[in-house]
Design a binder for this molecule. Sequence first.
Ligand code: 0A1
Ligand code: ZN
Length: 882
Amino acid sequence: MSARDQLSTPTIRLSDYRAPAWRVERVELEFELGIDVTEVASRLLLRRDRAQDEPLRLDGEGLELLSIALDGQPLPVDRYRQTEAELEVDGARDGSVLETRVRLRPAQNTALEGLYLSGSRDTGFLLTQCEAEGFRHITFFHDRPDVLAQYTVTLRADRSRFPVLLAGGNPDGAGELADGRHWARFVDPHPKPSYLFAIVAGRLERIARDYRTADGRAVKLVIWSEAHVIDRCEYAMDALERSMRWDEQAYGRNYDLDVFHVVATHDFNMGAMENKGLNVFNAKYLLADPDSTTDDEYRAVEAVVAHEYFHNWSGNRVTCRDWFQLSLKEGLTVFREQQFSADMNSPALKRIEDVALLRRAQFPEDAGPLAHPVRPSQYSEINNFYTATVYEKGSELVRMLAGKLGPDGFRRGMDLYFAHNDGQAATIEDFLGALGEANGIDLSPYLAWYAQAGTPRLRASGRYDATRREYALTLTQHTPPTPGQAEKRALPVPVKLALFARDGHMLPLHVDGHPRSGDTELVVVADKAEQQIVFREVDAEPVPSLLRGFSAPVILEGMDAAADLALLLRHDADGFNRWQAGQQLATCAYETLRDHGGGGAIDAWCGALAGLFAEDGIDPALLAELMTPPGEVELAEREREADPERIHATRQQLQQRLAEQLGGEAILSRYQALARETSAGLDATSQAQRRLKRRLLELLALLDTPTAQLLAAQQYEQAPGMTDRLAALAVLVRSDAPQAAGALAHFRQRYADNPLALDKWFSVQTQRTGEPALAIVQTLERDAAFTLKNPNRVNSLYGAWARNNPSGFHRTDGAGYRLLAERLAELDALNPQIAARLATVLNGWRRLEPVRRARAREAIAALAEREGLSRNLAEIVRSMLH
Ligand code: 0A1
Ligand code: ZN
């Protein structure tokens, strides 16, 4: 950790934004690469804003300055000052050229920010990570996204140790040097901010493909990885090609360089990074083969490849003015990826997965001490703001805007946005402005969504008047206070709705003032604390279906009559809406079971699902999702004093009731039929069948454990791929099967050389519920393959345990919290970003029941008081305590 990380740093505020006093027009970098020592020579052509009178100050951290010259003259020591975070230089003018040379130590960089070593000293490779503020760890620069420069990068290194030399931009020559060294140069014609800079150097293998863009450019697509896994990159290459075609067709966006490089690394803090022309991927989101990759992971690879590629326009060609605008690129790019994935796969399932993720990850964030707006107004450490709120809620905001404009209007708006802001650093106002301008609509009311934290609660109630044949729907909205935002205003909430007749058909809608009378679906924008919509010509009391497609990121309350929800679950033609009704009904069922031990909602849920289970024609993947109640984290969100053990037990009982209703025989025979019919392929049908097969095995384990364990052991042995193998292993572990130990030992050995598969071996074991989980985690952290230095491994152990196994992590004795806090402190000394992100698992501590709450608080407070915490971790733990 650098000295600066330990300093308490000031709060950065959006309201303090000033345009840069200095800019860099061109930058030339020369790297003398080495694992222990790398030297970086930089030449900056500077431009000064004549309206401002600031001295030249450049960001730079942990840089050993070897030489400095201004306009060709070496600078004497009294003409510049280097602090821990900055370099100030006297005498610079508009047009000056500043030259510096610095020394870096990549092998010592465990924070994985700036230039670092991935893998071992002997076989690993060097790479960079610059978003958000890593470039300042490489050279002195205006390390802020509104300074866009043209880069020329020359790399020099020993040829046998670093045969491959890559940087962003187009190749511009390469050759031999004396002493077995060689060089390569890259020129990027597109001005870019420093966070998009990247280099890679080492021994890597490649696969390549020729691509021609719709506007005629010949592009070489190249994916790089360690040699022994290069044949696992084909799927990502296909996904890349699909993404490029899709962006041409859906948004008219073409790629704009002659080469596009993608590199896989096992040592990465995030999922992947969109560096211009040189994307870097966490191997987890790039490598795929049936033997070690699950169906869900295949879809994640496709999604992340697409996400990074789409950034080339939404992020790179149009970038962010400052880091407060992060959602401008991230929310928009997540939305574009969601559209793409929906087009490539099942739209209903994609929407289900995305909404489930929002509810599991973003709603708790919005309801806890770390709540922040999609556009935060202040931060201390920007790396803490790569959150579900900025990404996932940000995407929901774009979706609302897109919904308001319709497909053609949104496309028109996006075209204008790209045209107006190409090559520039933009704001969220620029985005809404362009969308609105292209459609003659004022979208500024939606800006409030970007500024207000917290999830609005939308309460609905309906009244039917038989004599007037009218149905009145009342919508009230309310957003609970969040830290620093006590007062909330009403937001424009688009509510897509339909009314169903009791026989399950949709009614034509007649609302005064609504232009398309007779449609069966319409969108009402609820933008006041309370409003009413009156539907006319309604012959009998209808069943309303609200927030269809999840038309706004709100929590819907009311309207939870079990019979109505069961009707929607059975009859709605739209898979997503059906799922949504099912989730609401399952929640009611869960709560009746918890509070009364039984009741109508349980029968309604189980009965509706039994009906669907018996039907032919429903997509097996959708059926599997319908048969899954909301997760434990989501259920805990609804409680003021959550007891994770009790939540787990009640949810299990609810699923058991479902299993009983379906019947052991029926489950078994459906499982066996699926086992016979399912091919090993990646096609949608086989994936869907595997998904249902897994769900049936899980349900059977609650009904007839020995039989389910036998089947799981068999499935483990005969599995043609990782999806079935891991599903079986999970059932064995979670049900504490006698066969579990053997299967785990087999898995461990079989995948000893495959870190991504081994991560699954760690995480699956953390899923043992209740009391035994802690000891399992303690054993796993002593395993020879465990290391705090690898983010994926850390997340596969502590992350999986604390996030996905509430009953195993939240112990009444507080031992889970203490272990985690201890590891967070150790991890913080190595990698502050990963420590800070892992710490957010404690975000919901205040809503635990009193005993656990007190234990959690003690552990967090003790951590907060430790000396020398990084700025990253300090910001998270201190905010959690406030
Ligand atoms: N822009 C990337 C996310 C990212 C952010 C920070 C990183 O380093 C700490 C790495 C990647 C994306 O959205 O994919
Ligand atoms: Zn992104």
